[in-house]
Design a protein around this ligand. Sequence first.
Ligand code: 13P
Length: 248
Amino acid sequence: MKRPIIAGNWKMNMNNAETKKLIEEMAPLVADAKCEVVVCVPFTSIDTARKALRGTKIKLGAQNVHWAPKGAFTGEISADMLKELKVRYVIIGHSERRQYFGETDESVNARLKAALGAGLKAIVCIGETLAEREAGQTKDVVTRQLCGALEGIEKRDLKSIVIAYEPVWAIGTGKTATPLEANDTIRVIRKALRKLYDRTAAKAMRIQYGGSMNAKNASELMAMPEIDGGLIGGASLKAEDFAKVVNY
Ligand code: 13P
């Protein structure tokens, strides 16, 4: 039985005092969660979050990782650096990274390999833009992004990977993909996984939906057979809202 996974992506929000406060507010509210719960905080909040998360069910995540172990990469953070700070999960290839910071399928793949090599678990994001959706390219885009991200990744490593399907047009816009739309595209992703690996691997892979998922729509999205979790932006910044998603 797959365990659903709800992860908060705080993006560039929350200073250290706010991090401590938010975690202290949310921890008791998700104490009985049936699903796996993760918060992906800014690098500068990792240490504060790690301390505040002690003794809670919530796991610590980061939002990006570099592909090299060390070296002249000003401003970047390596997988071993995250591991040292007890980070468990890292988001890779978020559409905002692709859109504003030039991430490509190749760099996503390299970052994923570095994360896995250091023993981190990864949440790999894929999803089409509005223009791509309107041009009828959704299937091709998510398949290309998936295959690019997983290039050279062995089947035995899939257990450390979660895929997040985040249609770009649904992120921060209040426009959610309907549960059926999200389910359909995730089915396409699973089919691609079947081709890349096999039926068992595809079935076992946890695939989240992300994009304006919130306290109101979480239960209908989570009721869909293909959806194994959520990656939550805005609604993860308020303890009660995030807890409602977690306890969908
Ligand atoms: P919102 O939930 O704010 O739409 O953001 C989704 C997202 O990008 C999570 O990674």
